[in-house]
Design a protein around this ligand. Structure first.
Ligand code: MG
Ligand code: ZN
Length: 289
């Protein structure tokens, strides 16, 4: 069995390992969370956390893969899984039905890899990665298989310190299995399988980050955006779900808010006049429109 992310614990351990290694390369201390705090009293690092669907890629990966299944298979039983058991169980069933039709993990990977990036987003990711004190993470309700396949195909996997998403495995017969990242009940904003706000808080509470940027497009990014601090920056994609409901939630957002159309736009807003460092209080001409 090819195990891409055999358990949530393994995935979290791998993420923290990379994260702490990066901190310790600078601090030279022992490999632990404590040493990270003690070696960096000035808290000089920046965290950049990205949603995946409609933020890095220009489609919803679950929807793209679901469309491989003939429309007649979306009966009441299958659709009812979303309400009864949650989105992850629904997608797992879709993937099993695809497998029964002979559509294997390689085929699914091919479809995911062909999803286009949001224009300019690859350029932005590479530019951010060149910042000397910046760590990039993905926090996504897609799954690790889709995300890893896409990032590797586009040559940007190595730019990310970690991926926080629903774990996925490829089983012996070639079927893709997806599992919930967690079973949470504390947050009403988020689905049971992943509270993005808690995931972001966990990263921020390492105390390595002087500032943070969160980039997202939909209401499932709101919980994470509400966890941002006044010195942080929420980047919300213009014209999509969260932007349309932003006025309702503005009072709950403590950070600056930046609206962007695509990666080119966001790159120019974060790095005005091609500046070498990120501008955390960029002028945004869309915010009041
Ligand atoms: Mg999204
Ligand atoms: Zn939440």
């Amino acid at each position: 069995m090819l195990s891409l992310c055999r358990s949530r614990c393994l995935h979290i351990a791998r993420r923290h390992c990379r994260h702490l290694c990066k901190c310790n390369q600078r601090g030279g201390g022992a490999m632990s969370g404590r040493s990270c705090r003690e070696d960096l009293p000035t808290n000089s690092r920046v965290l950049a956390a990205f949603d995946f669907d409609m933020t890095i890629i220009n489609q919803d990966s679950d929807s793209v893969v679901s469309q491989l299944l003939p429309r007649e298979q979306f009966n009441a039983d299958l659709l009812g899984l979303v309400q009864r058991c949650g989105w992850v169980v629904f997608i797992r069933e879709v993937l099993l039905l695809l497998h029964e039709r002979g559509i294997k993990s390689l085929d699914i990977g091919n479809v995911v890899r062909r999803i286009p990036a949001v224009p300019g987003m690859l350029r932005l990711l590479r530019k951010l990665a060149r910042q000397p004190s910046l760590d990039m993470f993905i926090i996504s309700d897609a799954n690790c298989f889709f995300i890893e396949e896409w990032l590797l195909a586009h040559g940007v996997r190595h730019l990310f310190s970690g991926i926080i998403s629903n774990p996925a495995t490829v089983e012996a017969q070639g079927e893709v299995m997806v599992w919930p990242y967690e079973e949470q009940t504390h947050c009403q904003h988020c689905p049971r399988n992943l509270c993005k706000g808690s995931a972001l808080h966990e990263l921020l509470s390492s105390e390595c980050y002087e500032r943070a940027i969160y980039v997202g497009d939909s209401c499932n990014d709101l919980c994470a955006i509400m966890r941002l601090r006044p010195m942080d920056l929420a980047c919300i994609r213009l014209g999509l779900e969260l932007h349309s409901k932003l006025k309702t939630h503005m009072n709950a957002i403590k950070s600056s808010v930046l609206l962007f159309r695509d990666g080119h736009d966001l790159c120019e807003l974060l790095f005005p006049a091609n500046s070498r460092t990120i501008q955390f209080q960029p002028q945004n001409h869309y915010i009041h429109s």
